[in-house]
Design a protein around this ligand. Structure first.
Ligand SMILES: [Zn+2]
Length: 493
């Protein structure tokens, strides 16, 4: 008996040791040394230039016949007028009339260039919400602390921060070590097929690929949403794929006075209910695994043990993350019924009912594997499951390795400008223009160096009262300056 007890105690001790070892073996990104000193800039001038850029309504519309391209011509002219030094020093190429590529030749031409990206277009304003804006959305009003207007966060803030950083560095006589390309698309909000896609073709045709690519997405967030106290610098190293499926229930229509047991609407509703009750499986690998490691390293003992021992606590982690929409989106392909239609008259049973279901695909799933899973879940031959015409879905982006030198370089730069934030790699739920560049670099990062004023800012992207803080904008500019200055220096964490 004594020996059995001893054995059990030994096992418990061994298990505890393994759990603790794994918990403390989590590798967060912890830079060494003190953060770098940042360059002083003329922020008032920068604010004025961004305000002027917000003032030009470069609105993307799903119906391309409605797009006012004169605004894009205006915007391009505005950039040339406001940043003469940049256009005199860098080579510039207009792509498909409105998108822009700039090239700043580096001192070490044998090194692979880097690519900085942003987009010029913005989403339309919902007319119903116009009176809820504090200032007219395209006024670009700046008060003491805030620059207001459509596009400040998404994505003219980053676009102008890149321009300001290059302008400032040229004024200081700086030449980058590596060649820097800059690509500004003009239709990111409607898929990037006319802008970013054409720019990517230009690079491909000229045999140019990149050491790393930095585009919008991610950013500095308050740590609360990740279960840690510190601010998080979220760098998306992948982005989810996208697919919509059409579900069509067919049956015999007829008079509503003598319905059969089930109508087409009932059959369709049943299929949708099954999809909602059976979320697609969680996948804790890839970018998500790296995210858990980085945030786990910052957690208190108990959650740290859980995050460090996914082999044992996978089910628990899954349950915790599944309990919120944002958490669920990080670990699985999400299922969202978005359109439903059927029927034309209250006393007629329709012969057909249709629904659209949108999926955001996590690495590990593919458009094909999701179609199979949806068929299995719906399990009803009366419901046809198909791709909407011409839309076959987009795979998730490959995961850029967060242990690469390029990721460490970016992390070091983030630490220098935002020393209190923890760098966390992860997956972006939304898409960016980088989807057209996936073959042009293995290291694609989606991160914005313009921090939020508070948590309400997330809702303002594509919403009402979009804004950025002037202090945050200044830091955003300093972030790009520091990043460009650091190229070629073998920075270590
Ligand atoms: Zn954007």
């Amino acid at each position: 008996m004594k020996n059995v007890l001893k054995g059990i105690l030994g096992l418990v001790a061994a298990l505890t040791a393994i759990l603790l070892f794994n918990a403390y073996n989590l590798d967060g990104v912890r830079p060494l040394g003190s953060p770098a000193k940042l360059m002083n800039i003329n922020i008032q001038k920068a604010v004025d230039r961004l305000s002027g850029g917000v003032n030009i309504p470069t609105i993307s519309q799903m119906n391309s016949a409605k797009i006012d391209y004169t605004q894009f011509l205006d915007f391009n002219r505005y950039l040339r007028r406001e940043f003469p030094k940049v256009f005199n020093t860098l080579e510039s190429y207009t792509i498909n009339k409105h998108s822009l590529i700039l090239k700043w030749s580096g001192a070490q031409p044998l090194k692979k260039p880097i690519l900085l990206m942003a987009h010029m277009d913005v989403v339309p304003i919902d007319e119903q919400s116009l009176d809820q804006w504090t200032f007219p959305p395209f006024s670009g009003t700046a008060d003491e602390e805030i620059i207001w207007g459509r596009g400040t966060m998404d994505d003219k803030g980053s676009l102008f921060a890149i321009m300001e950083s290059v302008d400032q560095l040229i004024a200081n006589g700086h030449q980058p070590a590596q060649t820097i390309y800059i690509a500004f698309g003009h239709d990111e909000e409607i898929g990037g097929n006319e802008g970013a896609k054409k720019s990517a073709e230009y690079f491909r045709k000229n045999g140019i690929d990149f050491d790393f690519i930095l585009d919008e997405g991610g950013g500095i967030t308050s740590g609360k949403s990740f279960g840690i106290e510190k601010a998080v610098a979220f760098v998306a190293v992948s982005e989810k794929g996208y697919m919509t499926l059409e579900l069509v229930a067919k049956g015999t229509g007829g008079h509503s006075s003598m319905p059969g047991k089930e109508t087409t609407i009932g059959i369709l509703a049943n299929a949708i209910t099954k999809l909602q009750e059976n979320p697609l499986p969680a996948r804790l690998g890839g970018a998500t695994k790296h995210m858990f490691k980085a945030i786990g390293a910052e957690m208190k003992l108990l959650p740290r043990i859980i995050m460090g021992n996914q082999w044992l606590f996978e089910g628990l982690i899954e349950r915790i993350f599944s309990s919120s929409p944002a958490g669920s989106a990080v670990i699985r392909t999400t299922t969202a019924p978005t359109i439903i239609s059927g029927g034309i008259k209250d006393n007629v049973i329709p012969a057909q009912a249709m629904a659209m279901v949108n999926f955001r695909i996590i690495p590990g799933d593919t458009p094909e594997s999701i179609v199979d899973m949806v068929r299995e879940i719906v399990d009803d031959p009366r419901v046809e499951i198909k791709h909407p015409e011409g839309q076959f879905g987009r795979k998730p982006a490959p995961v850029s390795d967060p242990t690469s030198d390029q990721f460490k370089f970016l992390s070091r730069n983030i630490y220098d400008v935002f020393p209190s934030a923890v760098v966390v790699p992860g997956i972006s739920p939304g898409g960016t223009d980088t989807k057209h560049f996936l073959d042009l670099s293995p290291n694609i990062y989606r991160f914005s160096g313009i921090g939020r004023t508070d948590d309400s800012d997330l809702k303002r992207v594509h919403g009402i009262d979009e804004r950025i803080g002037i202090k945050a904008y200044e830091k955003g500019i300093q972030f790009y300056i520091h990043l460009i200055e650091s190229l070629g220096q073998n920075q270590k964490l």
